[in-house]
Structure formats: structure tokens, C-alpha cells
Design a protein around this ligand. Sequence first.
Ligand SMILES: Nc1nc2c(ncn2[C@@H]2O[C@H](COP(=O)(O)OP(=O)(O)O)[C@@H](O)[C@H]2O)c(=O)[nH]1
Ligand SMILES: Nc1ncnc2c1ncn2[C@@H]1O[C@H](COP(=O)(O)OP(=O)(O)O)[C@@H](O)[C@H]1O
Length: 204
Amino acid sequence: MKDKGILIVLSGPSGVGKGTVRKAVFSRPDAKFEYSISMTTRKPREGEVDGVDYFFKTREEFEDLIKKGKLLEYAEYVGNYYGTPVDYVKETLESGKDVFLEIEVQGAKQVREKFPEGLFIFLMPPSLEELKNRITGRGTESVELIHDRMEAARKEIELTSMYDYIVVNDDVERAVDKIYAIVQAEHCRSERVIDQYIKMLEVE
Ligand SMILES: Nc1nc2c(ncn2[C@@H]2O[C@H](COP(=O)(O)OP(=O)(O)O)[C@@H](O)[C@H]2O)c(=O)[nH]1
Ligand SMILES: Nc1ncnc2c1ncn2[C@@H]1O[C@H](COP(=O)(O)OP(=O)(O)O)[C@@H](O)[C@H]1O
């Protein structure tokens, strides 16, 4: 039987660089993770593509997915719903591949309850000032929304104790190196691999 993949959850405040780090993670030639594309009711930003960046849904469609139990987790964040499709995650893990989620902390908490064995990584900004600079610098949010996102960020940073690892995103490539090292270490964790070795000893 094939071993199940690892569910990797990358979380952190808006603007910390989750999207940037995730893209850098996936652009490495040795990337073996599968990215789970989320559903959202947020309007697409310029350049975002349905089915690539997100599956863009109406509130009615999203609420229907909730009712039908199609989401592993979901959260309302700054006025919009965001959620992870459960079937994709389960099927991909069953096939032995690691799945990579990029979600905010309320959702990460729900995943922790359903998948306590997941690998939870919190991406931390070098400082709150730098976080604000990044959100402002991206230019996708109005002043009011930046304020809301900074408030959300303060609350999120207070909840980091439920994560297995904290990675500071001072430099993108350095953060990616750390994420790879963490995932690699997780693959060697004895409770994940012990059965394989026991089987090997039985055969010989
Ligand atoms: N709970 C949950 N949060 C998500 C999901 N997808 C994205 N998010 C988070 O929702 C927040 C807002 O995302 P977005 O509007 O794309 O802005 P971003 O902050 O620039 O990534 C970010 O913290 C994302 O990580 C999801 O499926 N579930
Ligand atoms: N390590 C970093 N150093 C400097 N700027 C960064 C770094 N990581 C991301 N950024 C910039 O910060 C802004 C927010 O990044 P983004 O990936 O959109 O964040 P998130 O997905 O967490 O909301 C972008 O303009 C991005 O280029």
C-alpha cells in the first residue's frame, strides 16, 4: 500500500508574502507538492484566472458548497468567504502526494481539528511595519481594507502557538529553503516511516 501524502498548511497574515513564497515553492524544479486551489467569493484581481488562482464563486454557490459538505474548511475573511475543496485534498493525499494549502488562521484551526497530523507552518513578517509596507506596496487594497487587514494580522499573529513551525519571510528564497527543510524532515519522522521498515524486516 502506498503511504499517504502530507498535508502542508501555510498560513500567515495578509501581505506577509504567502502567495509569493508559495509560487517560489512551486517554481523549484524539485517541487513535489500539489497546490489546492481555494474557492472564494472575492472578486478576481487584475490578472487572476478562475481555476488557477481561485475558483471564483457567488455567495449563493459558496453557501451551497458549505451545505453539501464540499469544503474541508472555510472562513469569512474581510467580508468574503474562502474555502478548501475537500475531495481534491483527500484524493490527492490518498494517492500519496503532499498537498499544500495556503489559508488564513481560522481555516487552519479547522484543518488542525480534522487533520491533526498535518504540518502547520506560519509565515511571519519581519515586523508589523514591514507587513504594512508590503500590503500598501502591492497596491491592490484601498486604505480602509489595509486597515482591516492589519487588524486581522495582529489577531492572527497572536494565534501562532497552534503551528508546528514559524518561518520569517525576510527573504523569499530563504523562507522557501526553510519550508523545504521542514517538509523533508517531516517525511523522515519515525511514526510516518516506521511501518515501511517493519515490513522490510518482515520480508528479509
Ligand atoms: N480559510 C481559508 N483561507 C483562505 C483560503 N484561500 C485563501 N485564504 C486566505 O484568505 C486570505 C485573503 O486572501 P486574498 O484575498 O487572496 O488576499 P491575500 O491576502 O493577498 O492572499 C489570505 O490570508 C489567504 O491565505 C481558503 O481556502 N480557506
Ligand atoms: N520576502 C519579501 N521581501 C520583500 N517583499 C516581499 C517579500 N515577500 C513578499 N513580498 C511582497 O509583499 C507583497 C505581498 O505579498 P503577497 O505574496 O501578495 O502576500 P500574501 O499572499 O500573504 O497576501 C507583494 O508586493 C510581494 O512582492
